[in-house]
Write a protein that binds this ligand. Structure first.
Ligand code: SF4
Length: 362
């Protein structure tokens, strides 16, 4: 007989050096933070700030904006000043935008080694400017834009190639005494990405920004990121995360926050314990779960709410929920901590749940 070996929930956190990204601590014993990236043209200051406000409301703690043109660089001072959360300038090709971002008051700059060979003769200058402004730099290696030298050496964007690229780029800054660095080594394959981060975690003590790049649309991207981040974070690897989705960035933030809450790395807020429905269901469980989620989204305290499609497995199956409903015969049995407290018509279920929640001492 084989014995199932379960891993411990979260192993001891890898001890990385701590950075301040515009006042938000990253690394060391700081909580793992959720990041996202705006999708508006950065030069459109109003739209970008509006999206940053939405992301902040959803729980985003650090936001990145792309800086592909001079117009975008020109927008940075206003965005950095008005953003409620630290702004990281994402720069691929133009060293002069790095200086512009530092002068603009951006909290950090992200550069991509595969695209910045032309930075080589500018590294000393960048290190000096970043150091005097206390602006950290993220070395963001992506499988898709790996340095050609490393492609030739390894034949593909292997974990070794990603890690060598990142450490080489760090060494260019270290030569100038600059070590306020964090690193990402993203790959679209979660297992390659996990192997790369594990190697990187053993090779340096810089804080690590986790990401599965080009993870795909909402469902696929959520699954890929959850699997990869779950493995790494449960091994204590990772200081900040970004879920990359082909979906509105606010979804990235929600998924990122859920991943951290599921791993016990941040307090749970609202948790809906809803059954998958089956042939016994006497209510449209999907619709009811959505209505309950919407009604409780802004509830001020952490809450676990159960939505069960029938009374067979109702209160019993959801005993650990703070409160919930099980449906049957056009009615909803409202239960609080496993005890049925009242029965209401189906149309009043959401309202009754809210009323009972307000009575709870949570
Ligand atoms: Fe089916 Fe009832 Fe269980 Fe929902 S709670 S999955 S409807 S048995």
């Amino acid at each position: 007989m084989t014995t199932l070996q379960l891993a411990p929930p979260v192993r001891r956190r890898r001890l990385s050096r701590k950075l301040s990204v515009g006042g938000v601590e990253v690394g060391g014993d700081a909580p793992v933070t959720v990041q996202s990236m705006t999708t508006t043209p950065t030069a459109d200051v109003e739209a970008t700030l509006r999206q940053i406000a939405e992301l902040t409301a959803a729980g985003c703690e650090i936001v990145r904006v792309a800086v592909p043109s001079q117009d975008d660089a020109d927008a940075l001072p206003t965005i950095a000043r008005k953003s409620p959360i630290p702004v990281v300038a994402d720069i691929h090709f133009q060293p002069r935008y790095v200086f512009a971002a530092i002068d603009a008051g951006c909290a950090a700059v992200r550069v991509n080694p595969g695209n910045i060979r032309q930075f080589d003769d500018k590294v000393a200058e960048i290190a000096r400017a970043a150091s005097s402004a206390r602006v950290p730099i993220r070395i963001g290696v992506n499988a898709g834009s790996l340095d050609q030298r490393l492609y030739r050496k390894y034949g593909k964007a292997s974990p070794e190639a990603l890690v060598e690229s990142a450490l080489w780029e760090c060494s260019l800054f270290e030569e100038h005494g600059f070590t306020d660095l964090k690193i990402s080594v993203k790959h679209h394959d979660p297992m390659v990405m996990v192997a790369a981060y594990r190697q990187l975690a053993r090779s340096c003590d810089y804080p690590l920004h986790l990401g599965v790049t080009e993870a795909g649309p909402l469902v696929q991207g959520t699954v890929k990121s959850s699997v990869a981040f779950g493995v790494l974070l449960s091994e204590g690897i990772g200081d900040t995360i970004r879920v990359s989705l082909s979906a509105p960035p606010v979804e990235e933030v929600k998924v990122g926050a859920q991943i951290l809450a599921s791993l016990g790395l941040r307090p749970r807020k609202l948790e809906i314990v809803s059954c998958p429905s089956c042939g016994r269901a006497q209510v449209d469980v999907y619709k009811l779960a959505e209505q309950v989620t919407a009604a409780f989204e802004d509830f001020p305290v952490p809450l676990r709410v159960a939505v069960m499609g029938c009374v067979v497995n109702g209160p019993g199956e959801a005993r650990e929920a703070d409160l919930g409903v099980s449906s049957g015969n056009g009615k909803g049995q409202i239960f609080v901590r496993g005890e049925v407290v009242r029965t209401v018509p189906e149309s009043q279920i959401v309202e009754a749940l809210l009323e009972e929640a307000l009575k709870l001492d949570v």
